[in-house]
Each structure stands twice: as C-alpha cells, then as structure tokens.
Design a protein around this ligand. Structure first.
Ligand SMILES: Cc1cc2nc3c(=O)[nH]c(=O)nc-3n(C[C@H](O)[C@H](O)[C@H](O)COP(=O)(O)O)c2cc1C
Length: 165
C-alpha cells in the first residue's frame, strides 16, 4: 500500500500525483484538428462528458506542451474514442502530432481530419476555455457524432489494454 499525506507546505509531487491518478481507469482518445501545416493529433485521456442538453464535452491540454497553440485556438476539433486495435496509433501520436501511420484520414463536416474505424467520433466546436493550473480545460459543443461496435482501448496504471465490449 502506498500512502501520501497532504502536506500543504510542501505540496504533492507531480510524479506521485500522476501515478496515483493512473489508478483511475479511462479510455483513450485522439483529438484531431486542422492547421495550416496539415492535420495534427494529440492522445488524450482527460476527455469527459459534461452536459446532455446542450451537448457539451471537455478535455484538458498541457499549457506548456508544444501542441498547445494547435488545439487552444482550433475552432473545431474531433474527439476519437479509440478501439482496442488502435494502441499503436495512440503511441505514434504521443510522440509526433503528425504521425498517423497507415491510417488514412478523411475530411469531416467542419474540415476537421477524421481517423477511420474508431469506436466513436465527436466533432466539436470550441465554446469555452478555462484555466486549470498548468492545463487549460477545453469545453466543446458536440456538432456530429458516430458510434461503432467493437472492443475499447483502456488506460490503467500506465498501461494500454483491451476493454471487452
Ligand atoms: C494515455 C495518455 C493520455 C494523455 N492525455 C493527455 C491529456 O489529456 N492532455 C494532454 O495535454 N496530454 C495528454 N497526454 C500527453 C500527450 O499525448 C503528448 O504525449 C504530449 O502532448 C506530448 O508533449 P508535446 O505536446 O510537448 O509534444 C496523454 C498521454 C497519454 C499516453
């Protein structure tokens, strides 16, 4: 058992925090946007639902990351919920925002690049951006959605895994 007491004078070590947050199992998404230099992506597990009516979802982006400007100022973007077989793609995009490997992108309704064969795709319009410490929380309205059958890609304690449907 690992215990970490909150000492307000010292604060929590970000690495310990990241490790502890990893005990919360999530799915894995890739958020894509179109830029003047072409399609870009970022692998994200901070995706969450917010509101059903209006249809709102959120994710958060590292303010200090090299992709911040690409996504902070994107009016439209697409959130792709990955299927079990897309772990390699998730890792490629972690390393390089433009490396979609063999996955041929198609154009969405708002000019946003869409990755084929995902479990779900939500095309969104950015509505608000909130400051949240070293991240920004990007709130978006879902404009289109598609869902498909299949096993999901999960992320738990730093590992990607299959989530059986
Ligand atoms: C499973 C997983 C989930 C991630 N979720 C987020 C996230 O929600 N927000 C974020 O900004 N970065 C997230 N990252 C990190 C980015 O995918 C990417 O590695 C990072 O943006 C690279 O830094 P750079 O933007 O400076 O190149 C995640 C990485 C992994 C492996």
């Amino acid at each position: 058992m690992m215990q970490c007491m909150l000492d307000e004078s010292i604060g929590i070590d970000p690495k310990v925090l990241r490790n502890s947050l990893g005990h919360f199992a999530t799915g894995v998404t890739i958020v894509t946007a179109q830029t003047e230099q072409g399609p870009v992506g970022i692998t994200v597990n901070s995706f969450a639902s917010v509101s059903l009516d209006p249809a709102l979802v959120l994710w958060s982006i590292d303010r200090n990351g090299s992709r911040y400007d690409m996504f902070r100022y994107a009016e439209h973007y697409a959130i792709h919920v990955l299927r079990a077989q897309q772990g390699d793609l998730a890792f490629k995009i972690v390393k390089n925002a433009r490396d979609f490997g063999d996955w041929d992108l198609v154009g969405g309704e708002y000019g946003v690049p869409i990755i084929p064969q995902c479990l779900a795709v939500f095309e969104c319009q950015q509505t608000e951006v909130y400051r949240g410490g070293d991240h920004d929380i990007i709130l978006g309205e879902v404009k289109t959605l598609r869902t498909f059958e299949g096993d999901g890609l999960g992320f738990f304690k730093g590992q990607m895994m299959t989530v059986k449907s």
